[in-house]
Design a protein around this ligand. Sequence first.
Ligand SMILES: Cc1cc2nc3c(=O)[nH]c(=O)nc-3n(C[C@H](O)[C@H](O)[C@H](O)COP(=O)(O)OP(=O)(O)OC[C@H]3O[C@@H](n4cnc5c(N)ncnc54)[C@H](O)[C@@H]3O)c2cc1C
Length: 384
Amino acid sequence: MHNFTETINKDVNLSYWQHISYTAHYDVIIAGAGIVGMHCALEFKHLYPKSNVLILDKDPWPSGASVKNAGFACFGSPSEILDDILNMGESKALDLVEMRFKGLQLLQSRFKNTKIQYEKNGGFELFWNPRVFETTAAQIKYLNSNLKYITGLSHTFKPYKSVKDFNFKGVHAALYNKLEGQLNPELLINGLFTKCIKAGIRILCNSPILNWTEQTQNILVHTPWNTFTGQHLLLCTNGYTKSLWPDVNMTPARAQVLITEPIPNLTWKGCFHFDAGYYYFRTINQRILFGGGRNTDRETESTALEGINHRIQNHLQELLAKRIYTQKSIKIEMRWSGIMGMGLEKYPLLEPYSKRVFTCIRMGGMGIALAAFVAKKAITSFFK
Ligand SMILES: Cc1cc2nc3c(=O)[nH]c(=O)nc-3n(C[C@H](O)[C@H](O)[C@H](O)COP(=O)(O)OP(=O)(O)OC[C@H]3O[C@@H](n4cnc5c(N)ncnc54)[C@H](O)[C@@H]3O)c2cc1C
């Protein structure tokens, strides 16, 4: 006879029907309903259409970095890529660009632009310092010749002649690429959620995974209200993974964002970056969304707790007023933060924890671009 108390918390008032449903056996249980978790679930279901897939998320609705980000569908600014080449070598840095580029292509093949408010307005790296611009511009030929095999363009990055038209105060020059875009992160999560449900993937929110027990034939995944049984557990818990795997090679990294009140006659569009990608801004509904500055207070921001860092927020506000919108003072309507997962190396972590537990985390500040491709890579390498 089945021992009910073994799997169901007896303080939870479940019906027989719920019991039957929640004690089903899953081929894979995915922790985290962010963009990575949902892309992974879709890839698994695509590979094994008859499989039983469950996603568990700790919150009432996915509320990790996937819905806190700036919505840049970008594969990197020139100085960011050059920085990556310096830090991790040419081959790995270009590999990362390629994964982002392919990830964006995959994303666009999954969603109609209007579904996720995807707009291809291009990306601009701005330079206030002429010396930094000259150093970067001198390497554009080298970058473009390497990127040609990824983007198919002879000139992925080119100087942007009309930078003065933006009215950014004191800006010296800009490098432009036409391939980058922007989207609405909440619509992306909604779209993935709908696709998962349509594919027959079960998603249960308010179900934080506390820990698990590996057995010879399966794995028991424990939440406060139920224990789920599966074949494998895939952790897509991003910046929160340390609570489940304390030694994981990932550091939580908080990021700060602000958004202004609507500004009449705000005409420019696009994804703007400066200082090797440490600062970024775009427009949305006549407002300016501006984020970054984590590098000015790394210690405080190495946390998995959401919260406003007033020092960084004030710094962003000052930069906004001094450089980006100087015409008149504008109100900041909202501020928020989100938690990313970073590594010593700026590269996603696809690693087995054990025979039955795997991780697909550490998308850094590039998850929108990376998620679809990295999820495909994770599912094929772990489960094929
Ligand atoms: C402020 C900010 C701006 C950014 N801007 C951009 C940008 O413009 N472009 C870009 O490409 N990227 C950007 N990023 C990065 C991007 O958002 C992330 O790389 C991406 O969202 C990571 O997706 P994910 O699914 O791995 O993580 P998440 O969205 O964080 O998902 C992890 C999920 O795991 C769940 N979870 C955690 N622990 C448990 C548990 N124990 N049990 C069950 N569930 C659990 C969480 O609730 C969460 O839903 C930004 C990030 C931030 C914070």
